[in-house]
Design a protein around this ligand. Structure first.
Ligand code: DMJ
Length: 592
């Protein structure tokens, strides 16, 4: 029976544990090189077993050393593992898998696939089983498409604006579009790949299943030139925003035909999580202030109503009263998301709370009752989820705090000790007795292992700060890729934000970039002139008038263009100067 309890606020605060159990100052920082090799070995133990025992099924069953399809039969684990191969440096296997997927994955099949998450839930909505398919297929194929050149794949002319993996991602995404044809514009949760939405399909979809498309769909629209994907994703986001309660919160499940909230528990976890994630990542990816403003408004309401001593509880979306003092493992992405908007202190405090739970069980139980300080009945499992490791990777990139490496070490040690079996790594059915389940979800190779590796590999290309980049000639002109600032989709598939400017270089953007170049070079010139001046005695003089080579003159020559609004760069405060600029596909090295 799911856990519901209305606890008087005062009592609640008294019950809450306060940061105890954080790693002691004496904890020796783990050796990144050693753990990098351990994580790489974990990946190949699971990956090789999947290829040997389960491919072309979606997932490996590690206890019976065979495979099964999880609602889609797209060799999901292979698609999900593809960009992890490149992050681990295995370009030859990346190239081989790209060929295999082109020959094996077919979306024209009579299958009901989940658009985002299909829930088999009981009336209390808490019994959910996730089957993530088409949405994550699109993300995995898009990321692999954009990484193809770096992986030495012979890309076709017109790349990154065309390519076999891009066409596959587009085909899969087009299969999702019928789901968005509802009166509200919010999508159904399931679609048949041949026939569209089945008659009688439930109109109830979870909030995350409506609000987790902008990253992939905006990227698709930018690369293919067809705005339909970004448009449907934006409409769905706007409808959710308009459906929020007067106290600024959203519920968990909504009827996409009537727009009425069916499940009104509000929190940052199951059924809602990636909606907030994509408001922030969409804002950074698209330089979209409105998306960031929506998130910041939600963030205020979440703080006011659901945060108690850096834990986050579930509350009733209209009343704000606590309905469930539970920490869900899925919620551990939140500190990482906070770091993306520069809210490091709050992020670290919540991270340390969650780390105490990891230390208590050697993993994060699906549900943890905060006042009781223990697991919730029937929710004691840990399906090797990535969220706390994901937050550690982001926070370590922002702070360099060794405590975050210690979480990485503890994760490697306990996953290897508890869930490693002959044919891979198995979901932990119960963290109290370490019973295992015959399942290895595809996100283990797509996310858990990837974030662990990136935590221990600070010089990985994914962490690039704009100091290196690749200049690519596209049909739309030159564009800069691989400079950094990658945006991870909710399944940890990295999207290069500069790629969104490669295929539709709008005139304004061209001007935008040239303005920045001019600003940058005049800054650089003045600084070097000043330095020379101070070196060679006497006060500094302003630059000489007409006839000099400076860029100012270029202005006179360019036809007068309408005054355009200067778009403040929405880069995260902790981003270095260069990667700010990288977001626009231009890179200006500033060694200052
Ligand atoms: C993954 O499918 C995705 O990370 C999703 O956003 C949340 N659930 C799992 C991982 O826990």
């Amino acid at each position: 029976m799911p856990f519901r309890l209305l606890v008087p606020l005062g009592l609640l605060c008294a019950l809450l544990p306060l940061h105890h159990g954080a790693p002691g100052p004496g904890g020796t920082a783990p050796d990144p090189a050693h753990y990098r090799e351990r994580v790489k070995a974990m990946f190949y133990h699971a990956y090789d077993s999947y290829l040997e025992n389960a491919f072309p099924y979606d997932e490996l069953r590690p206890l019976t050393c065979d495979g099964h399809d999880t609602w889609g039969s797209f060799s999901l684990t292979l698609i999900d593992a593809l960009d992890t191969l490149l992050i681990l440096g295995n370009v030859s296997e990346f190239q081989r898998v790209v060929e295999v997927l082109q020959d094996n994955v077919d979306f024209d099949i009579d299958v009901n696939a989940s658009v985002f998450e299909t829930n088999i839930r009981d009336p209390n909505f808490m019994e959910v089983i996730f089957y993530q398919t088409l949405h994550f297929v699109v993300g995995g194929l898009l990321s692999a498409h954009l990484l193809s050149k770096k992986a030495g794949v012979e890309v076709e002319a017109g790349w990154p604006c065309s390519g076999p993996l891009l066409r596959m991602a587009e085909e899969a995404a087009r299969k999702l579009l019928p789901a968005f044809q509802t009166p509200t514009g919010m999508p159904y949760g399931t679609v048949n790949l041949l026939h569209g939405v089945n008659p009688g399909e439930t109109p109830v979809t979870c909030t995350a299943g409506i609000g987790t498309f902008i990253v992939e769909f905006a990227t698709l629209s930018s690369l293919t030139g067809d705005p339909v994907f970004e448009d449907v994703a934006r409409v769905a986001l706007m409808r959710l925003w308009e459906s929020r309660s007067d106290i600024g919160l959203v519920g968990n499940h909504i009827d996409v035909l009537t727009g009425k909230w069916v499940a009104q528990d509000s929190g940052i976890g199951a059924g809602v999580d990636s909606y907030f994630e994509y408001l922030v990542k969409g804002a950074i990816l698209l330089q979209d202030k409105k998306l960031m403003a929506m998130f910041l408004e939600y963030n205020k309401a979440i703080r006011n109503y659901t945060r108690f001593d850096d834990w986050y509880l579930w509350v009733q979306m209209y009343k704000g009263t606590v309905s469930m003092p539970v920490f869900q493992s899925l919620e551990a992405y939140w500190p990482g998301l906070q770091s993306l908007i520069g809210d490091i202190d709050n992020a670290m405090r919540t991270f340390l709370n969650y780390y105490t739970v990891w230390k208590q069980f050697g993993g994060l139980p699906e549900f943890y009752n905060i006042p009781q300080g223990y697991t919730v009945e029937k929710r004691e499992g840990y399906p090797l989820r990535p969220e706390l490791i994901e937050s550690a990777m982001y926070l370590y990139r922002a702070t360099g705090d060794p405590t975050l490496l210690e979480l990485g070490r503890d994760a490697v040690e306990s996953i290897e000790k508890i869930s490693k079996v002959e044919c891979g790594f198995a979901t932990i059915k119960d963290l109290r007795d370490h019973k295992l389940d015959n399942r290895m979800e595809s996100f283990f190779l797509a996310e858990t292992v990837k974030y662990l590796y990136l935590l221990f590999d600070p010089t990985n290309f994914i962490h690039n700060n704009g100091s290196t980049f690749d200049a690519v000639i596209t049909p739309y002109g030159e564009c800069i890729l691989g400079a950094g600032g990658y945006i991870f989709n909710t399944e940890a598939h990295p999207i290069d934000p500069a790629a969104l400017h490669c295929c539709q270089r709008l005139k304004e953007e061209q001007w935008e970039v040239e303005d920045l170049m001019r600003e940058f070079y005049s800054l650089k010139r003045n600084r070097s002139r000043f330095q020379k001046k101070t070196m060679s005695s006497g006060p500094w003089q302003p630059p000489a008038g007409p006839g000099t080579t400076s860029s100012e003159n270029q202005d006179e020559t360019r036809e007068k263009r309408p005054t355009k609004q200067k778009i403040p760069l929405l880069s995260c405060p902790s981003q270095p100067f260069t990667s700010k600029l990288a977001l626009l596909g231009q890179v200006f090295l500033d060694s200052s």
